[in-house]
Design a protein around this ligand. Structure first.
Ligand SMILES: [Zn+2]
Ligand SMILES: [Zn+2]
Length: 209
């Protein structure tokens, strides 16, 4: 991971930068989104955060161990090999992002801040978002990274509670519906159909038909 010089003090409504995040938002669905200092230069503008948020919305979640054929999969495997807790899911966004390069000069940064159209087109970089989801108790953590080729730059962390209600799989309760196999295991080790209305039961029937 990159180590950047410490950023200037956060302003207005921001958590302490000692947490590693410079801005926090409370989303309408109850998710708290924290923006990483490590990608602050790339997400300082609201329009850039909007792009990243759209890419986060476009993430497809896969169960741990699922095979993905394309290049972000290699980057994710690299990250997964370095984390101690196995993720419950990993995610790949199909939405491309155009963000300013990491490490713009002060001069270029000032031009960009005054008007993105002033920045030399060569200083934009196409990237996308890859993600890992973890669960700790009833809290779900989704960590999002910008795919910078050989590096994965932490960009945002979402934290939310598992939706209450016992009749659903962890995947559906975590709102990672695509990883649900249409059933869940009760505390008594019974297997029951998942009660979520996302279509997971039908997906599972098709997969096993
Ligand atoms: Zn569901
Ligand atoms: Zn389900």
């Amino acid at each position: 991971m990159d180590h950047q010089p410490p950023p200037p003090a956060a302003t207005g409504g921001s958590p302490s930068t000692r947490t590693g995040y410079w801005l926090s938002e409370h989303l309408p669905d109850g998710t708290d989104r924290h923006w990483s200092i490590l990608a602050r230069q790339r997400t300082a503008r609201e329009s850039d955060r909007a792009q990243v948020s759209a890419a986060i919305e476009a993430v497809t979640w896969y169960r741990g161990g699922a095979k993905v054929a394309f290049s972000p999969g290699a980057l994710l495997n690299e990250i997964i090999s370095k984390v101690t807790t196995p993720p419950i899911a990993f995610g790949i966004s199909d939405l491309a992002l155009e963000l300013p390069e990491a490490g713009l000069s002060e001069h270029d940064r000032a031009r960009y801040d005054s008007n993105p159209a002033l920045l030399d087109p060569d200083l934009f970089e196409t990237t996308s978002v890859v993600a890992l989801a973890f669960r700790e108790g009833r809290t779900v953590f989704c960590m999002y990274y910008l795919d910078e080729g050989v590096h994965a730059r932490p960009v945002a962390l979402d934290m939310r509670d598992l939706d209450p209600g016992p009749e659903r799989s962890v995947g559906c309760a975590a709102r990672l519906h695509s990883i649900c196999q249409g059933r869940y295991i009760t505390e008594g080790r019974d297997t029951r159909p998942c009660a979520c209305d996302c279509g997971c039961r039908n997906r599972h029937q098709q997969a096993t038909a």
